[in-house]
Design a protein around this ligand. Structure first.
Ligand SMILES: Nc1ncnc2c1ncn2[C@@H]1O[C@H](COP(=O)(O)OP(=O)(O)OP(=O)(O)O)[C@@H](O)[C@H]1O
Ligand SMILES: [Mg+2]
Length: 502
């Protein structure tokens, strides 16, 4: 246990329930935090903003006691600490939804919740029936529709996020910290989470909310604190600040790239005729060379299933697919890759990458699977060059993938699948967790790929994103395509309207 620092009164460290002062965190040559002061008040939502790698998750890990700061102080209630242990954070009423969720995969939803909320015991034994009942009540109270006895590893990305949220809500916390909780959540669940945040604030809980979505800041937050390169740029009242001002605080003087006009699509490349299977029901559509086609819908609407069928992750039970005029029936992702179709899954950590390996290996794994022999050194040089191009920070292929910030991990995964350029790119949530600047850089890269002839199948739950980059959008309901929108007809409002139409 870390003992409280003596001789410091609460007064010297801000008035709120929680405050940090002079917080420094260094990883070798990287200064993730360079002396940050911040106060968090009861009954307020504080948005914590900043570019990928700005230091947000590091600050949160320090509060959770899983990362030790290099210098600085943390005040919780009346006690001041040089560093926290996870136990101290817990007993002082701090709860977390981490960016990587931190769930115990092989355990059930109920066990994961109990792990944080405490186990029910009867005669010294864990009372499982009671435990599951409690988890069920909690899930019902927060309107989360998941069976508490399901092992976490069987859940989809969005459900995992909800379990992490429920777990944080399971305790009567004084401070709840969310690190990009909506990055993997579909619209309906996002609304549930917003309601939960409103309820917490009304109940006097202090909420820290990390996000790259500025619309969430105005919807949820009272104040916003912006980090840049490990320094606090400033703290502002959201009601008095425009979105433009926030962007300026986040990116500094850097200019954001404009997304250029899409290329004119030419020629059909992929055709689906009456395809059924894996959640898609009698789907017919065509994907043209050089276009970005967005498939949109609510959870279970079938659009993601189509992406998976095309990528060889699921197999169609009937119907036919043709790629470049030839019969296309991939049974595995390898089959699809051999035919020139690559798939970037939305759940980066579960499916897209190998966190314990270094970044360079993560990058070149695609080549390895394709059995293209290259020496380790050559691989690293090639990976380094691509990382430079994609602004991966650090651009060093030797660092462990897990040590990259969330947005930089996303860049590595995307760079991997887009180098060399595939004929068909199935991209699921390609900008989940990336900052505003990186987002426009990724849009530019997708548009570039399309201009050079790649057909992009975009699966995105971000309607604004679809409106910015898609040439066409097809809205799915109940397993089938219902409406097609041409570029000029695609707006976020129209997409929402069509998704929810009866
Ligand atoms: N364990 C670690 N070892 C080495 N460097 C690290 C480690 N953890 C974080 N870093 C570095 O510290 C910096 C801050 O990372 P952090 O994860 O806090 O960023 P972030 O603001 O959460 O970004 P994002 O929006 O991408 O999630 C980055 O440069 C990152 O590479
Ligand atoms: Mg982060």
């Amino acid at each position: 246990m870390t003992a409280p620092v003596t001789g410091t009164t609460a007064r010297t460290l801000g008035e709120g329930v929680l405050a940090v002062e002079g917080l420094v965190c260094r990883f070798g040559a990287t200064w993730a935090l360079r002396g940050v002061d911040l106060t968090i008040n009861a009954g307020e939502v504080l948005a914590l903003l900043g570019e990928n790698g700005a230091g947000k998750s590091t600050l949160i890990k320090i509060l959770a006691g899983v990362q030790r700061p290099t210098a600085g102080r943390i005040r919780l209630g009346d006690e001041v600490f040089a560093a926290l242990t996870p136990d101290q954070a817990r007993t002082h009423g701090l709860a977390f939804v981490h960016q990587d969720l931190g769930l115990l995969e092989p355990l059930s939803v109920a066990e994961n919740i109990a792990h944080v909320a405490g186990f029910r015991r009867s005669l010294g034994l864990i009372a499982w029936r009671q435990q599951i009942e409690l988890a069920r009540e909690l899930l019902v109270r927060w309107e989360i529709d998941i069976d508490p006895s399901t092992p976490v590893q069987q859940l989809e990305a969005a459900q995992r996020s909800l379990v992490a949220v429920a777990r944080a809500l399971a305790r009567d916390a004084k401070v709840i910290v969310f690190d990009e909780p909506t990055a993997a959540l579909p619209r309906h669940d996002v609304d549930l989470l917003y309601d939960a945040v409103d309820r917490l604030r009304a109940g006097g809980v202090a909420v820290v909310y990390v996000t790259h979505r500025l619309s969430e800041v105005s919807r949820l937050a009272d104040r916003a604190a912006v980090l840049r390169d490990g320094e606090l740029v400033g703290t502002v009242t959201v009601a008095d600040t425009t979105e433009h001002e926030l962007v300026e605080m986040i990116v500094g003087t850097k200019l954001l790239g404009q997304t250029s006009a899409p290329a004119a699509a030419a020629g059909d490349l992929l055709e689906l005729r009456d395809v059924t299977g894996a959640g898609a029901d009698d789907v017919s559509l065509t994907l043209r060379r050089g276009e970005i086609l967005a498939l949109v819908g609510l959870v279970g609407a079938g659009h993601r299933a189509v992406g998976r069928l095309v990528a060889g992750v699921g197999v169609a039970t009937s119907g036919e697919m043709q790629l470049d005029g030839k019969r296309f029936r991939p049974r595995t992702p390898r089959d699809a890759q051999r035919a020139g179709v690559v798939y970037v899954p939305g759940d980066r950590l579960a499916e897209g990458a190998f966190p314990t390996l270094d970044t360079g290996t993560n990058f070149s794994l695609r080549e390895r699977l394709a059995a293209v022999f290259t020496s380790g050194r050559k691989e690293r040089v090639a990976a380094g060059r691509v990382f430079d191009e994609w602004n991966v920070v650090p651009a060093d292929p030797a660092v462990p993938f897990a040590s990259l910030s969330g947005g930089n991990q996303q860049k590595v995964v995307l760079a991997k699948w887009m180098t060399p350029r595939p004929d068909v790119l199935v991209a699921e949530e390609p900008t989940a967790g990336v900052d505003v600047g990186t987002k426009s850089a990724i849009y530019e890269r997708l548009a570039d790929a399309a201009r050079s002839g790649t057909a992009v199948l975009l699966l995105s739950s971000d309607a604004d994103e679809v409106a910015v980059i898609a040439d066409r959008a097809i809205i799915f309901r109940h397993g089938t395509p219902k409406v097609e929108l041409a570029r000029d007809a695609i707006t976020a409002a129209r997409i929402a309207q069509e998704c929810y139409a009866a």
